[in-house]
Design a protein around this ligand. Structure first.
Ligand SMILES: [Zn+2]
Length: 397
């Protein structure tokens, strides 16, 4: 039993039945050109009235439900797929740590490095593998800078499904090891993530498989919304600010979707302000948010490989999420990122990868601007484990 209604185009509003695989809006995607953000990304809509009723019944039946029970209920109510299809490898329900050891500020750290493959991407892979199982499809292809690929490889292994990966040759070695150890088929692509994205699309055109390219299938966003649902359950309220490491914009769009869905069902009445933490060399979404006009990042070159993207696939959705939530985009340097990474590791015990640390670096910038009130509830999304890229870590001696 689930409350999934249909797919709706985020550009033209056209709705599509969910019975067979569909990726972008067939009408809007005709305007797609390689090297541009994806047009006509679909979103899942639900029977929000039914969800509201089911949630109310849950709250009456279990008035003392703990965060884990609430997470389980919310993730089930807002899932487009039934539980039985999910692979046998637990994903999500990651810790939310309240820390006061970072410059004396109270911050909530959502650490997704504890997922099976060590990153937030497991949330999207989990749902895509479940969809493959529902449809009886035996193969999934994706392009990735490393984390989505490692994640897909792990979850496919758990479900006996073949994973086909197109990754830039310069992806961090640990991520390439993860892909191989889970027995995925790895194709190294000379060039950037954008080149790998195009190569995966070519493969998909000639093979009977699902395509997990981020934002391409609506479930990649649906999977990534579960982190937002968890924040609501763990805090017991909507946080005021959520800092999100942002490259292609899909995690940002996914977290925004969680709060749109909760609001639509009347479970909450407001949206958190979203902050896109971007590398200064991979800042297409921040520039788009500032200027109102899309342009590629000129030359992405950052230590934070997970957010190094020239053409963010979900740029339109990400900028909409920033605007709808009165959020902002912030650029941080590699130096700020590495310093934040060390501070997190040495003061909170959390070793996250550089892209995750961009959120703390961005938070420090907002302190200079006095944009956030002292009492505000601020969450930093730490989306990947530091062991995934040990070469990025630098020591003074
Ligand atoms: Zn459309």
């Amino acid at each position: 039993m689930n409350y999934f209604n249909n797919y709706r185009c985020t550009r033209c509003g056209q709705e599509y039945e969910p019975d067979k695989p569909i990726y972008l809006c067939p009408v809007c995607s005709k305007t797609y050109q390689p090297g541009m953000p994806l047009p006509g990304i679909l979103e899942c809509t639900f029977d929000y009235a039914q969800i509201a009723q089911a949630w109310e019944e849950f709250c009456i039946a279990f008035p003392d439900a703990n965060a884990t029970q609430k997470i389980e209920e919310l993730c089930e109510l807002f899932s487009p797929l039934d539980k039985e299809h999910y692979p046998n490898l637990p994903v999500g329900n990651t810790p939310l740590i309240c820390s006061q050891s970072l410059m004396g500020k109270t911050l909530y750290l959502k650490f997704d490095g504890v997922n099976p493959s060590g990153s937030y991407k497991d949330r999207a892979s989990n749902l895509m593998v479940a969809e493959a199982r529902r449809l009886g499809i035996k193969e999934i292809v994706t392009a990735s800078t490393g984390n989505a690929a490692a994640s897909l490889a792990a979850l496919c292994a758990a479900a006996g499904i073949k994973a086909v990966i197109f990754a830039p040759a310069k992806a961090p070695p640990a991520k390439l090891v993860q892909i191989k150890v889970h027995n995925a088929e790895l194709h190294l692509v000379e060039g950037t993530y954008d080149d790998a994205f195009a190569a995966a699309l070519d493969y998909f055109a000639t093979h009977d498989c699902l395509n997990r390219n981020t934002a391409y299938h609506p479930f990649t966003i649906e999977g990534k919304k579960t982190g937002g649902l968890e924040l609501f359950a763990q805090l017991g309220e909507v946080p005021d600010y959520i800092f999100v490491p942002t490259g292609d914009g899909v995690i940002l769009a996914g977290i925004a979707k969680a709060f749109y869905d909760l609001k639509e069902a009347g479970i909450t009445d407001r949206l958190p302000a979203l902050v896109a933490a971007q590398s200064e060399s991979s800042d297409a979404i921040t520039s788009y948010w500032e200027n109102g006009v899309y342009a590629d990042a000129i030359k992405p070159d950052t230590i934070a490989d997970s957010i190094s993207v020239k053409t963010p696939s979900a740029a339109h959705l990400a900028v909409k999420a920033l605007k709808d939530s009165d959020g902002i985009g912030i650029r941080v340097s590699d130096e700020e990122i590495l310093s934040a990474q060390k501070m997190l590791a040495s003061r909170t015990g959390i070793f996250c990868e550089p892209s995750s640390a961009a959120t703390l670096a961005a938070y420090f910038q907002t302190l200079e601007q006095a944009w956030i009130q002292d009492q505000a509830k601020v969450v930093l999304m730490l989306t990947g484990h530091g062991l995934k890229d040990i070469q990025a870590v630098k020591f003074d001696d």
